[in-house]
Design a protein around this ligand. Sequence first.
Ligand code: DX5
Ligand code: ZN
Length: 228
Amino acid sequence: MSFDRTVKIAPSILSADFANFGAEIRAIEDQGADWVHVDVMDGHFVPNLTFGPPAVKAFRPHVKTFMDVHLMIAPVDPYIEAYAEAGADMITAHVEAGPHIHRTLQAIRAQGVKSGVVLNPGTPAEAVADVLDLCDMVLIMTVNPGFGGQKFIHSGVEKTRKIRQMIGDRPIHIQIDGGITPETAPLVVEAGADVLVAGSAVFKGGSVDNPEVYGQNIAAIRAAANGV
Ligand code: DX5
Ligand code: ZN
């Protein structure tokens, strides 16, 4: 994947029909999704449970674009190999999930997949300063992780601006996750973000039988983000 800072929309399949992931993934990609965002939760680091490696492996053949696996689990390190083998193109891990984020990012890269570091809303930008060179992406959470459909936390906008400055001309994406809508997308893109995760704002009103709605929702976020 070549690096660029154009706006990319990454629908979170946390808001998809859980009985129909293959068709849901194909539908969002047909309707303009750039990446597919997979939220992995362990009922310990966050108060919700989702996908183990076998589930992610089952998603893989349906993803034609780029599968970004957001690990909200602690500990992280014992599971990196399994999620890489399940077919993740990128694995992101939280700085809050353990004492050794540097080691975790090295372990992700050692699997030959892209690496990303994640910050919760309560964690300052400076927490990633010393690991940027181990990252292909910084993910800034604009909700407390665990659930879709929450309200955007605005302090993420200034955090994005700071991290964009820290990155300089290094080829590192900035992803935003939580409460992204056509209203909030332009705020974070203006501050320097280029990958927008959206769950409820993409899936609302649509279905695999009515996928054009997904397309309209993705287009609305992209247009707002690009100031069209
Ligand atoms: C939250 C997840 C998000 C979530 C976003 O813990 O990391 O990816 O699905 O959902 P929305 O876009 O509905 O806030
Ligand atoms: Zn996520």
